[in-house]
Design a protein around this ligand. Sequence first.
Ligand code: ATP
Ligand code: MG
Length: 164
Amino acid sequence: MNTAELPVLSSKQFSLVDESATIAMGNQLANHVKNQLKKGIVAYLNGDLGAGKTTLTRGFVQGMGHRGNVKSPTYTIVEPYDLAGWKVYHFDLYRLADPEELEFIGIRDYFKDNCCSFIEWPEKGMGLLANADISINMVYDDEQRILILQAHTSLGEQLLAETK
Ligand SMILES: Nc1ncnc2c1ncn2[C@@H]1O[C@H](COP(=O)(O)OP(=O)(O)OP(=O)(O)O)[C@@H](O)[C@H]1O
Ligand SMILES: [Mg+2]
């Protein structure tokens, strides 16, 4: 399902003044998932090229306990991270020619209880992705970014309620 078709149960807006603020927001979301929700989430990331989707995901992956590099999975579709008790999948569907490619990688196996999926360019995988708990929308604001978080499920609402 496309983000636009998902119900918006709540939303919050933040100003992210620089890259480190974007990383910190990703970190914060990870902490809430680990400590409060204790359940995996599906997040769709929307925003123009260079808006900061990968940067925010880097903050999340590191917040979930990954030490080291977080590279953009543009050429591999998905980059998996196996972390203590959690799996995090970072998808970048920008170059996906056909949503059926997602069938070939066994997309359904990625949406399980202790798994978090962060998906850039979700519209390219329409119909095959699990519905998002939250949408993470990043918008250019000169040299800064505006972040709009939207909750689409009660799990997403819980996450948003925690986020400051
Ligand atoms: N809050 C911010 N303010 C200003 N610059 C930022 C902010 N957050 C990230 N950036 C910068 O913007 C760029 C974002 O690149 P990033 O790869 O994260 O974008 P993206 O949305 O994933 O792009 P793509 O669609 O090409 O994958 C980086 O150069 C990063 O340093
Ligand atoms: Mg990216």
